[in-house]
Design a protein around this ligand. Structure first.
Ligand SMILES: C[S@@+](CC[C@H](N)C(=O)[O-])C[C@H]1O[C@@H](n2cnc3c(N)ncnc32)[C@H](O)[C@@H]1O
Ligand SMILES: [Zn+2]
Length: 194
């Protein structure tokens, strides 16, 4: 039988849990139903440019563990259709698994015109504003997904700049090439069959 906790041990544990929970919250934002997808994170008040909004909290894991969890989170998301992968690259050795309920920032959606960016500070990740954000605006950042799996991730950000897929901005030229090649191929097929 596990040893009974003393009152002071229980109080300490309770305080640790509250502190952990608070680390994943911010006065600047809260979770609401999103126009982009599922739930999202919205500004509860005006956020100035370059403000530190919220920490992306989670478990520090090495790359081996990250690989395993990434595969299992992806398989789960394919099966249920409602989950996602919450692994965030931290360094060459470590990642953060943000798949914990107190990590509010895990619900921030992707946009092709994002208003936020993730900054790494030591072993922590913080979401910062790239521009002034009005009260009620949804917070978004560039997920930076690889172009190789673009077809698995259609983008519904709805912005003027939307490229149609969740792909990191650095790979947009490559995406454009691939979309052009695909369009030419399918036009060729149509011609042949008519
Ligand atoms: C980390 S979750 C973000 C929170 C998510 N909206 C939810 O309710 O769980 C990431 C997933 O949200 C969805 N998502 C995020 N941004 C999106 C976008 N711009 N267009 C379409 N789906 C998006 C994708 O399914 C993605 O795998
Ligand atoms: Zn988009």
């Amino acid at each position: 039988m596990p040893a009974k906790k003393t009152v002071s041990e229980s109080k300490l544990l309770h305080k640790k849990l509250i502190d952990l929970w608070n680390r994943g919250q911010s006065e600047y934002c809260e979770v609401r139903g999103s126009n982009i997808h599922g739930r999202g994170v919205y500004a509860t008040k005006r956020i100035p440019k370059e403000a530190k909004i919220i920490e992306y909290v989670g478990e520090l894991i090495d790359k081996n563990e990250s690989e395993k969890r990434g595969v299992s989170q992806h398989a789960h998301s394919v099966k249920t259709g409602d989950a996602a992968v919450y692994i965030f690259t931290l360094s060459r050795k470590y990642d953060i698994d943000g798949n914990v309920p107190w990590n509010t920032a895990r619900l921030i959606n992707h946009s092709c015109s994002p208003n936020c960016e993730a900054w790494i500070e030591g072993r922590k990740i913080f979401i910062h504003s790239l521009k002034e954000i009005k009260e009620g605006e949804e917070l978004t950042f560039d997920y930076g997904f690889d172009v190789d799996c673009y077809e698995d991730h259609p983008c519904l950000c709805g912005t003027e700049n939307c490229v149609g897929y969740i792909v990191g901005r650095a790979q947009w030229p490559e995406l454009e090439e691939r979309l052009k090649a695909k369009a030419i191929k399918s036009a060729g097929k149509k011609k042949k069959s008519s």
